[in-house]
Design a binder for this molecule. Structure first.
Ligand code: FA5
Length: 339
């Protein structure tokens, strides 16, 4: 029995098979247990001889099975490790890294220019009350100037803001002049029921600017815009102020920048005029100051609303504003920030 079992152990190739041998030989119903159980029928002289012989065989087989078990376990482990080996020389899958959107980059650059001039950044809300979007900007209900900004209404009193100007009113009403003048910009998304074309999008961006203090004049506005626009577009750009109308500023201007980079046929950034309008501005209307609790006989201010989408078009020669919103990777990848 011993030799036969030892041979079986030696030849077994799997842990399961080995276990089977153990159960068959050493288990409760196995021959060795049977011999030990039958000892009671033996004489007193035979018992120790048979007993120690059976125990010796049992111990020997148990040890051999344990040894074989360790051997088979090691084999199984090596096999598993071999199968799971990672071939580090295989080429990896290319991961397409994202980058901040070109409009984000342009807006951050504009913010940087104003931060360096001591302006603070104020966040506004994209869903705004009619009251702040229009009434507090000196546009009462049913005023014809509402036609200038076709509006997406959410309810009677709530809308998607058509410009960042409501942030002016919200900032003015909480500003404490004993702590210094008010100088802020407010970047964000705005929405209008405009028909999309090469220079108009129903969703675009604005950066509002507002300065209020004693003795602020139109010269401060003009000087500020000139410094900022030349920093952003280069000294060689021409800047043009045209008289305009906004209900919340008086006098009002629109500011154009001369086109560049975008020559050639098919370029419609400037629609052939050589200029593109990039912002509206003016001196804060006394009514707007008053409605925000600021005394117009003591304080004056200027405000502006920049269009960063159009500025980005102009800087990079992008001739269709819709390209910014179509998420075409071939377009966006051209503006990857170089490390
Ligand atoms: C306004 O929205 C005023 N709130 C700006 C302002 C602020 C004036 C403070 C005075 C004082 P306007 O509608 O012109 O103005 O828009 C301002 C700028 O946003 C434009 O010069 C243009 O650059 C950009 N803009 C306007 N409509 C669109 C559009 N549909 N798509 C892309 N850019 C637009």
């Amino acid at each position: 029995l011993r030799d036969e079992t030892l041979q079986k152990i030696e030849q077994s190739e799997a842990l399961q098979e080995l276990n089977q041998i153990r159960v068959e030989t050493l288990g409760k119903k196995g021959p060795i247990t049977e011999v030990l159980r039958g000892m009671k029928h033996l004489s007193a002289e035979e018992r120790p001889v048979v007993g120690s012989f059976a125990n010796e065989i049992r111990d020997h087989l148990t040890e051999s099975i344990e040894e074989k078990k360790r051997e088979l376990e090691e084999l199984a482990l090596n096999e598993a490790l071999r199968k799971e080996t990672i071939d580090v020389t295989l080429p990896g899958k290319q991961i397409h890294e994202g980058t901040s959107h070109i409009l984000t980059q342009v807006m951050e650059e504009i913010e940087e220019v104003f931060l360096n001039m001591g302006y603070k950044i104020v966040e506004g809300s994209e869903v705004e009350q009619d009251y702040y979007n229009f009434e507090r900007m000196n546009i009462p209900p049913n005023h014809p100037a509402r036609d200038m900004q076709d509006t997406f209404y959410i309810s009677n009193q709530l809308l998607l803001r058509t410009h960042t100007s409501p942030v002016q009113a919200r900032t003015m009403e909480t500003h404490d002049f004993s702590k210094g003048p008010l100088r802020m910009i407010s970047p964000g998304k705005v929405f209008r029921r405009d028909s999309d074309d090469a220079t108009h999008s129903h969703q675009f961006h604005q950066i509002e600017g507002l300065v209020v203090d004693e003795d602020i004049t139109m010269a401060d506005l003009k000087g500020t815009l000139e410094v900022v626009l030349k920093q952003l577009f280069g000294e060689e750009r021409d800047i043009r102020l045209r008289p305009s109308y906004f209900p919340f500023t008086e006098p009002s201007v629109e500011v154009d920048i001369s086109c560049f980079k975008c020559g050639g046929e098919g370029c419609n950034v400037c629609k052939g005029s050589g200029w593109i309008e990039v912002l509206g501005a003016g001196m804060v209307h006394p009514n707007v100051l008053e409605m925000s609790g600021i005394d117009p006989s003591k304080y004056s201010g200027f405000a502006f609303g920049l269009g960063p989408d159009r500025m980005a078009m102009l800087r990079y020669g992008v001739n269709d504003i819709r390209a910014f919103y179509q998420n075409d990777r071939r377009f966006l990848e051209q503006f990857k920030i170089k490390e």
